[in-house]
Design a protein around this ligand. Structure first.
Ligand code: OGA
Ligand code: MN
Length: 289
């Protein structure tokens, strides 16, 4: 047990993101260290730790300082062949990987770019936090981008804010990464959930824009045409370059982000090169405006 707090916080962009140094996550942390990390997390939304050597158990122990670990979501039977990984041996862990063994993916999320999204935003309790640890990386690309959705909320024009007050939007997950789900047909077999367009962050009390291009498909209570126009405007605001921190991965990087006030995306990478990250989450709660 380390009993002094010697943690440095270095901001990584004006949008969000900070590097934390002076802490070895493979060892149990004391409450002061956890409190210092939480404090930095509240300010910077995305934290980066470099050069970590973490077993799966180390990662789960560290994540559990921040709440109950989330379980991996099971896709419905009709979509299952797209996402089941053969080497995911713990229901709290998801392997983010394009690697296949004997023709079968060992994890999920495969190759290619991945549009901006909220993790498990299509459920009633979107994960609070996601933790990702880099084990194998391609020679280039596969960067993860994070957008600060507090800043996005603040940039929604006042008239649109007024119009969207009290409105909810539908989030659907069809297990695509770069194609929006189709919300016009029967969605009973596809995971989906509605959440307020503007959410009050349960811990900070700040308002955040809770909409993403991949899964948020329909604003309720307006016409389909108007919903499309408004959603496009909201996606654009959420993805403004000035709100984005882009992380270029190095082996041993460990990232953690708050999923209620950020959206994230992945850039493309050479598909013949291997990429493997280990993910875990902290369970969420219902969200309110
Ligand atoms: C995730 C995710 C992006 C990446 O693990 O939730 O979106 O960079 N990963 O692979
Ligand atoms: Mn994700």
């Amino acid at each position: 047990m380390q009993d002094t707090v010697d943690i440095q916080v270095t901001p990584l962009s004006p949008a969000c993101g900070a590097e934390i140094s002076g802490v070895d996550l493979s060892k149990p942390l004391n409450p002061h260290e956890v409190a210092a990390i939480k404090d930095a997390w509240g300010k910077h939304l995305v934290l980066v730790f470099r050069g970590q050597k973490l077993s799966q158990d180390d990662q789960l122990r560290f994540a559990s300082y921040f709440g109950d670990l989330g379980s991996r979501k099971k896709p419905p039977a009709a979509l299952r062949n797209r996402t089941e990984g053969s080497q995911q041996d713990n229901e709290k862990v998801l392997l983010v990987s394009n690697i296949k063994v004997d023709g079968k993916p060992i994890g999920a999320f495969g190759e290619g770019d991945f549009w901006f999204h909220i993790d498990s935003g299509y459920t009633a309790r979107p994960y609070k936090y996601t933790f990702l640890y880099a084990i194998e990386l391609p020679s280039r690309g596969g960067n993860t981008m994070f957008s600060n959705m507090y800043k996005a909320y603040e940039s929604v024009p006042p008239a649109l804010k007024e119009k969207l007050k009290g409105k909810k939007a539908l989030h659907i997950h069809e297990y695509n990464r770069a194609k929006q789900a189709n919300s016009s047909g029967d969605i009973s077999g596809i995971p989906h959930c509605s959440h307020p367009v503007f959410v009050t962050h349960p811990d900070t009390g700040r308002k955040t824009l809770f909409v993403d291009r991949l899964m948020t498909t329909r604003i309720e209570g307006v016409s389909a045409e108007e919903s499309d126009v408004i959603l496009n405007e909201l996606y654009e605001i959420g993805e403004r370059r000035e709100f984005i921190f882009e992380h270029v991965w190095k082996l041993g990087d460990f990232l953690m982000w708050d999923n209620r006030c950020t959206i994230h995306a992945r850039t493309d990478f050479p598909k013949e090169e291997r990429r493997l990250l280990r993910r875990c989450t902290v369970e969420g709660e219902p969200l309110y405006e």
